[in-house]
Ligand binder design. Structure first.
Ligand SMILES: Cc1cc2nc3c(=O)[nH]c(=O)nc-3n(C[C@H](O)[C@H](O)[C@H](O)COP(=O)(O)OP(=O)(O)OC[C@H]3O[C@@H](n4cnc5c(N)ncnc54)[C@H](O)[C@@H]3O)c2cc1C
Length: 416
């Protein structure tokens, strides 16, 4: 298959190393090569991400900047407390994901606005993160505006520091980068950090190396499907089911496929998926395409023996489909996990969707919990099931998050 990866951040760079070599892969990154920078606080769990990074043939240890021992949490009531860290580190994210791109076929400074600019590809992967440039516009989204400065100087904290904002609408952070450098940032739904960071820069006389910012998506995958759009057949006008399309694309010579697709400039349609049919549920087995209605274009499925697709299959991977842990705004490991789910199921988009929904089911619960808090609708009784799930998830995944989880700490943060 000819595959275009749009966006070379976490998911795009990792994908370039994970897609099997029998496919022809080209990537498109809107930034110029020497201007690509990872907008992020660069925090992650070393023991957990090491295995993922090894799958791209790299050694995570070579990129670690600072190893945390204890995170200082300031709930704003004068009662600061500490969370023991078990592997939370900062690492040089720009260098790591830069190294994953070395020797790959990348068009730098290329900013395709939609799939009509990517003719000749069988599949287009939207790895544009928050931008989601290749996928249909969302009716409802949820993102937290963030601002961050990389600074040099002396810091009042000797380890990771966070200060949640009232109503749990976000938090302020200091992530040490070692050798007198640090990321000072804040993400907050209500932008309560305005002025606060610049005032601190003045107060502590820090030298600002760079100022960066972008929103981080907190809407969970369960609220974002479908995760792919299937093309229509130019002969019959019906939607080509992804399994049929993918097995044809894998069989056909890519040049024939390209010829068929270049005869049309119209984009693929948003087709139905098991996700849509089940209203977001990840349970149950997929029905055969011929048995399933296709309510989104009302025309049913293409039955042609040689379908002529009007465009590529478009698939979202990473933050473009909501793989960010909403409580922390943490998206590096989840985007890499999502890449692996995609690679495992790249011949069956329903199976990919099922895997995403199942794995990130907890994100939907945490999102509902955060939303209730931010909307001022929070009640311990009502949100107890989500709170309990969140606690249990983090308690049983301490290596995954790189920190120890105690109920008393969660309650202190939740009550902010
Ligand atoms: C301020 C901030 C701090 C964060 N801190 C952390 C943290 O400490 N730890 C953590 O785990 N997560 C953190 N996150 C979240 C994490 O950075 C993201 O969730 C993660 O990088 C998402 O990976 P991705 O590949 O989906 O998208 P990204 O890494 O954002 O990559 C998207 C890429 O697509 C490119 N692009 C966009 N549109 C187009 C287009 N049309 N054409 C071509 N290229 C395009 C962009 O230039 C970019 O290179 C933070 C986020 C923010 C905003």
């Amino acid at each position: 298959m000819r595959i275009a990866i749009v966006g070379c951040g976490v998911a795009g760079s990792f994908l370039l190393n994970r897609i099997p070599p029998e496919h022809q892969v080209e990537a498109f990154e809107m930034r110029e090569k020497d201007k690509w920078w990872a907008v992020c606080a660069w925090g992650t769990s070393a023991p957990f991400i090491s295995d993922l990074v090894a799958q791209a043939g790299l050694n995570f240890e070579d990129y670690i900047l600072f190893r945390g021992k204890s995170m200082i949490v300031d709930p704003g009531n004068g009662k600061t407390f500490n969370i023991k860290l078990n592997g939370l580190v900062t690492f040089d994210k720009t260098r790591l994901f830069g190294d994953m791109k070395k020797g790959k076929n990348i068009h730098w400074g290329a900013h395709p606005k939609d799939i009509s600019e990517l003719k000749g590809f069988d599949m287009v992967i939207d790895a544009t993160g928050f931008h989601r440039s290749m996928m249909p516009k969302l009716e409802h989204d949820a993102a937290i505006p963030c601002f961050e400065v990389e600074v040099e100087g002396k810091f009042p904290w000797d380890d990771f520091y966070i200060k949640p904002y009232p109503g749990l609408s976000g938090y302020f952070w200091y992530f040490p980068l070692g050798e007198g450098r640090g990321h000072i940032g804040a993400g907050d739904f209500k932008s309560q950090y305005r002025g606060e960071i610049e005032a601190m820069v003045k107060k502590y006389d820090w030298k600002v190396v760079r100022r960066i910012g972008r929103p981080v998506r907190i809407l969970a995958p369960a609220y974002m499907g479908p995760f792919y759009t299937e093309p229509k057949c130019l002969s019959c006008g019906n939607t080509i089911h992804n399994k049929k399309f993918l097995s044809n694309a894998n069989k056909m010579k890519s040049v024939q496929t390209a010829g068929a697709m270049m005869s049309s400039s119209s984009g693929g349609q948003v087709a139905t998926t098991t996700f849509a049919e089940r209203g977001g549920s990840s349970s149950g087995g997929a029905a055969q395409p011929s048995e399933r209605p296709n309510p989104l274009n009302g025309h049913g499925w293409c039955d042609c023996s040689s379908p002529r697709p009007d465009g590529p299959l478009v698939v979202g991977v990473g933050e473009s489909i909501g793989t960010v842990y909403p409580l922390l705004g943490e998206g590096i490991i989840p985007s890499m996990q999502c890449v692996n789910m995609f690679v495992e199921h790249m011949d069956d988009m329903e199976a990919y969707s099922e895997a995403v929904l199942k794995h990130f089911d907890i994100y939907a619960k945490v999102y509902r919990f955060i939303k209730a808090k931010m909307d001022g609708n929070f009640s311990v009784l009502r949100q107890f099931p989500e709170m309990a799930s969140m606690y249990w998830h983090m308690k049983t995944n301490e290596r995954r998050y790189g920190l120890e989880t105690h109920l008393r700490d969660i309650l202190k943060v939740v009550n902010v």
